[in-house]
Design a protein around this ligand. Structure first.
Ligand SMILES: [Zn+2]
Ligand SMILES: [Zn+2]
Ligand SMILES: [Zn+2]
Length: 152
């Protein structure tokens, strides 16, 4: 992603926060920028490192986690539960409703692609859990894949 695209997405994220009456502070912006710049998902510690490299200031992992929580609540970032890492949402600049995301994770290069899952697929997953007498808490799916570039 080039610089201009990143700035466009950050502007859009700012507008979205304003519309909700929340603040897209400089620090939250730096965290999201670090994720947008990275070709692979980052852990809170890796984000803290990137923050230090770009701003010259140290940030505690705890405050990175707090900011990630805020960004995740606002669908600006997503947590990959399997790796305990974070990715920027691929739809920040979009105008459509945010769908339930599914993450395709390249086993070779670590790239992640966010795609939406259809409602009937989520229902089928819920039904499968219900048939076993369990309750599904999250339909977040992380699928091991080979990306288009690595497959070529
Ligand atoms: Zn998303
Ligand atoms: Zn979109
Ligand atoms: Zn790949």
């Amino acid at each position: 992603m080039n610089k201009r695209q990143i700035e466009q997405i950050l502007n859009r994220a700012d507008e979205r926060c304003r519309a909700k009456g929340t603040r897209f502070t400089e620090k939250r912006q730096s965290i999201l920028r670090a994720l947008l710049k990275s070709p692979v998902p980052l852990s809170a510690y890796e984000i803290a490192d990137a923050y230090r490299d770009t701003t010259g200031e140290t940030i505690q992992a705890m405050s990175v986690y707090r900011m990630l929580d805020f960004l995740a609540e606002n669908s600006l970032v997503h947590k990959l539960a399997s790796a305990n890492k974070f990715v920027a949402c691929a739809h920040i600049a979009c105008h459509h409703e945010h769908e339930t995301p599914q993450f395709l994770i390249c086993e070779r290069c670590g790239a992640v692609k966010e795609v939406g899952i259809k409602g009937n697929v989520i229902k089928a997953l819920q039904q499968g859990a219900a048939n076993a007498g369990w309750q599904m808490l999250s339909p977040a799916l992380e699928l091991p894949c080979l990306c288009d570039r690595c497959a070529a």
